[in-house]
Design a protein around this ligand. Structure first.
Ligand SMILES: [Zn+2]
Length: 266
């Protein structure tokens, strides 16, 4: 049986894919709907599904039911000697491995071949357990070492998959962190200016009473737009990061930099 293991449930393959994102769809848990796409987080009718592309050959994990009675309870995953779930490059490889280890065709019929998706990796990036910088370092390493793998948390992912993930975050990759140098103070207006190392752009930190707010600034030093939510700032002095701040946009006009790490208080 081939399918996917999603939130502790096994969903069997349907041979169909989502018309929107081209990933496989599975039987809906909602009676009124035919299928669901986990990537789009949507349930829908037949007409939004289309035949699965024949070239699809996903990585799989192998599992069997623990008690053998109820479907969709605990599945036991096939582990290696280090108790890590084995992820095979495709189903044929998994079958070959099982045959080699004394599992016959009949037994194999009762096993689950669960597609290994990129969702855990995307979630790890969202939770900041894995950074895009680590992914690109890993790709560089594999490139230089002729395909050797280095970073343990990325070990199970194929090079093509890491490239796919890296390519899907091009903007975040380039602009999520700003490295800023002190560029000047304007005491009268309670402003401190910083310059971005990479672009030369000016930024203004406005300090008034207890409030510190961040803005972009015109070349003449006029504060302009509030910074974007989620930006990460590194304040650099003599090549060392002396302070890190995470930007939180409070409203359309105000962005607050929450100091997350400070070497040397101002
Ligand atoms: Zn979809």
């Amino acid at each position: 049986m081939t399918g996917i293991f999603h939130e502790r449930r096994f969903y069997e393959d349907t041979g169909l894919q989502c018309r929107h994102c081209k990933r496989p769809v599975y039987k809906s848990d909602i009676l009124a709907c035919a299928y669901q796409c986990f990537a789009c987080e949507k349930d829908f009718f037949d007409d939004e599904a289309e035949p699965l592309s024949a070239s699809r050959n996903p990585r799989v994990m192998v599992a069997q039911r623990i008690d053998g009675i109820t479907l969709n309870t605990e599945l036991e995953m096939l582990l290696d000697d280090n108790n890590e779930v084995i992820v095979f490059d495709n189903k044929a490889e998994a079958e070959a491995y099982l045959l080699e280890h004394g599992v016959d065709a009949e037994e194999m019929e009762h096993m689950y071949f669960c597609e290994a998706t990129l969702d855990p990796l995307l979630r790890a990036i969202e939770a900041e357990e894995v950074t895009l910088a680590e992914i690109s370092e890993e790709l560089d390493y594999r490139d230089r070492s002729g395909g050797q793998r280095w970073n343990d948390s990325l070990h199970e992912y194929a090079t093509m998959e890491l490239q796919e993930v890296e390519a899907s975050f091009p903007i975040a990759n380039e602009s999520k962190t700003l490295r800023l140098h002190w560029a000047g103070d304007n005491e009268g207006y309670y402003r401190t200016y910083y310059r971005d190392e990479a672009t030369g752009d000016l930024y203004a930190l406005m300090k008034f009473l207890d409030t510190r707010t961040w803005h972009t600034a015109t070349p003449a030093g006029e504060p302009d737009m509030p910074l974007k939510d989620g930006l990460h700032l590194e304040i650099v002095e003599d090549g060392q990061v002396i302070r890190r701040e995470n930007i939180t946009r409070v409203n359309d006009y105000t962005s607050i930099g929450v100091i997350v790490d400070e070497e040397d208080a101002e």
